[in-house]
Design a protein around this ligand. Sequence first.
Ligand code: NAP
Length: 587
Amino acid sequence: MDYKRIVVPERGEKIKVQDGKLAVPDNPILGYIEGDGIGPDITRACLRVWDAAVEKAYGGKRKVHWCEIFMGEKAGGIYDGDYFPAESLAALKDLIVSIKGPLTTPVGGGFRSLNVSLRQELDLYACVRPVKHYPGVPSPLIDPGKVDVVIFRENSEDVYSGIEYQTGTPENEKLARFLRQEMGVDFFEDAGLGIKPISPFATKRLVRKAIQYAIDHDRESVTLVHKGNIMKYTEGAFRNWGYEVARDEFGEQTITEEELYSKHGGKRPGNKVVINDRIADIIFQLMLLRPAEFDVLATMNLNGDYLSDAVAAEVGGMGIAPGANMADHVAVFEATHGTAPKYAGMDKVNPGSLLFSGVMMLEYIGWNEAADLISHAYSDTVAEKIVTYDFARLMQGATEVPTSGFADAVIDRIMGDIDLAAKAQERITAIEKDRQEREARRVEHPFEEMEVSGRTPTTVGDIMTRMPITVKSGTRVNDAMRVMREHGISSVLIEPGDDGLWAIMTQRDIVSRIVHANRSPANVVCDEIATKPLVTVPVDMSLYDCSSQMLESNIRRVVVAQNNVPIGIVSDTDLFRNVEEFGWLPE
Ligand code: NAP
């Protein structure tokens, strides 16, 4: 394609897509948009760092040929006031991989946000935000090193679809009338109305990308984040469709968390990626309390919006958090902060967000060595307290440097002697140790792990009271009652007597067969008034089937048995508590 203003470097080659994968030459042309405000300062600094890392990693064998693409204020000057030129959009598609600085959203009628326009025009449906801590970066957490997640946030529907009707408008009134009269729902007068569409198409392409990422990067799990306990047909559907993609398209490489426990006793078979899900509010707690358990998170738009900023803040990374917006192949990497106009042209701000977006970009094209060099050089620089103003004000004894000075310091360290192989081994060893420790806990204390890890119970094994209290056959009722009182339980199991059958004695048996029958508990043995044989269920029975079993047998608790030996009890109260805490997602 012939461009009017964009000059495509002659010596570089374009990246192509072959057999559904990126084919990256050693001299790829990558696009960059400088951005507005502080954009030129940080872009200038980052281009130098990225080039230095590629040069050092590949000794001149590989080189990026940069192609400037115009958008925002700079485009306005070049293209007669057009902030969003069609040829820039065409170049982003054509070059496939690009990176951009922040863009001003012009205030006033008629302007859509350039960032939103870009996402919509290129159908960049996945917003990808890796969040991890770099030693030395100020953080509010005690152990921020445990945070290392990649958030895949859906970019095309949910609240981003923008289907809203303002109160008092004819459209709002028409929709309100339809909802009241045709759909039989009720809500307060004059409510503003919004629609939240969640489709299988958009959900599946997002979750597919997240799972593929986890497989490609040896991540342990993909967590589907949702509020399905309240909104079943949007948030709950996101969860269900997410599991469907995993099962239908990645059956060999993935396993559900439920299978991990029920079929594998908590041990992750091979390197299978564990697919699990967490309720949105619980994931916020967990990312503070148990961040090491999460690897890749797949979210709808609004949940992901909150979550990615909250998690980035945990590692002190709001100013340095990187991001990308991606379609199937086309990807635009970007600084996640804005244009900070008051610092424009001052060579002052932190280039970290754009720098790490570039690290993501290098990883995306498979140039991991260059990416790693930058990450390590960055850590070393910050660890030596050489930082820009924003970090300097949070640190004791820091050396404050300008944007360009920070880039110089990082380049010095890139050019020094970073032992990538040793650092990679250190990281692998730490990850492995952490995984083994967590696996050991899952194997030894599966129930406790489930409770603390926010997992939604699905089987009787998940909610049963373990190690039911038993008494010997022939025990007197008053002795068994004392045992029940001491343990605060409402039933007790009676071990098999001569007939070899287990039995259960409940409070209700005491009411009907001791009190109502007018007998003395000291003169009756449990076996006489207990129920036998037991109604038992297997440990992997679903909660729905368990409730059916209880209703059919007209009992308020069932015994969970393995090899004919009771291992737990599930009661009405357990089911009630579970629904109260986690809601109920219809199967
Ligand atoms: P902002 O530009 O992100 O700036 C807010 C504050 O964040 C700055 O004043 C500064 O804090 C800090 N900050 C941002 N970038 C920094 C950096 N690289 N290094 C150190 N500190 C940094 O947010 P805003 O003022 O709300 O938005 C300004 C413009 O940017 C708006 O036009 C908005 O639409 C646009 N925007 C664009 C994007 C994008 O292109 N992706 C994203 C967000 C906003 P201190 O004042 O405390 O030093």
